[in-house]
Design a protein around this ligand. Structure first.
Ligand code: 13P
Length: 253
């Protein structure tokens, strides 16, 4: 059955000393078995160091983005081959901040998902609607379209190597969490869409995370919902204590 996963997206935060301190403290907390899988995504310059620190511990290291090409004249970009070379196992793709501030589209997210899988990296594929789209009643349609395009060309053997994160844009960094019922409905719509594309059994194996103002106080209720398999955490993952509390309160179904 699918895994419960708690992932920390550190976004553009933490310089070297803070990465070392936070990650070392976190590693101390997640030594126990029977915990969710824990993933942490620091910024590019510290990925190699983070991988070394987290080696043979329960913490996996993710990048927050990548280009889809192996190499070339793409100033400022980082390739999947480079992430593999430094030992990263996961990569967050299509985060709403990338879509909003850096013009990422479902099409480029699709190229990145395919490239990540081709290199053996596990994508954490983000989707989610804006407040305007939700108020217009098109949240489910938006999410389904994002998923369908992002997964275009992904075959049946690859789908269980993808983690999906539902992050409603209006809940990110705002302190507003989607209600458990709302989040469950969206995560279940994602799973139904994947089932429509790949069949029920394969869809049942995909972990679907919720993201948007996740904290220790709401993670248990969120992860108790049948289709929510963990959290993608921003602000509350920056301090090891706060993040550890989320990991400890997550419900493993
Ligand atoms: P916050 O937890 O700060 O709302 O951020 C969520 C997020 O964007 C994680 O990717």
């Amino acid at each position: 059955m699918r895994k419960t996963i708690i992932a920390g997206n550190w976004k553009m935060n933490h310089t070297g000393a803070e990465v070392r301190e936070t990650l070392s403290a976190l590693i101390g907390y997640v030594a126990d078995k029977g915990m969710p899988e824990v993933i942490v995504a620091p910024v590019f310059p510290y990925l190699g160091e983070a991988v070394s620190l987290a080696k043979e511990t329960g913490v996996r290291i993710a990048a927050q983005n990548m280009h889809w090409k192996d190499s070339g004249a793409y100033t400022g970009e980082v390739s999947p081959a480079m992430l593999v070379d430094v030992g990263v196992s996961h990569v967050i793709l299509g985060h709403s901040e990338r879509r909003t501030y850096f013009n990422e589209t479902d099409g480029t997210v699709n190229l990145k998902v395919k490239a990540a899988l081709a290199h053996g990296l596990m994508p954490v594929l983000c989707c989610g609607e804006t407040l305007e789209q939700r108020e217009r009643g098109s949240a489910t349609a938006v999410i389904e379209a994002q998923i369908a395009t992002a997964l275009d060309g992904i075959n049946r053997e690859e789908i269980d190597r993808i983690i999906v994160a539902y992050e409603p844009v209006w809940a990110i960094g705002t302190g507003k969490t989607a209600g458990v019922a709302e989040a469950q409905e969206a995560c279940s719509a994602i799973r139904r869409k994947i089932a429509g594309l790949y069949g029920k059994d394969l869809a049942a194996a995909v972990s679907v995370l919720y993201g948007g103002s996740v904290k220790a106080e709401n993670i248990a209720a969120l992860t108790s919902a049948p289709d929510i398999d963990g959290g993608l955490v921003g602000g509350a993952s920056l301090k090891a204590d706060d993040f550890a509390a989320i990991i400890q309160h997550a419900v493993i179904k």
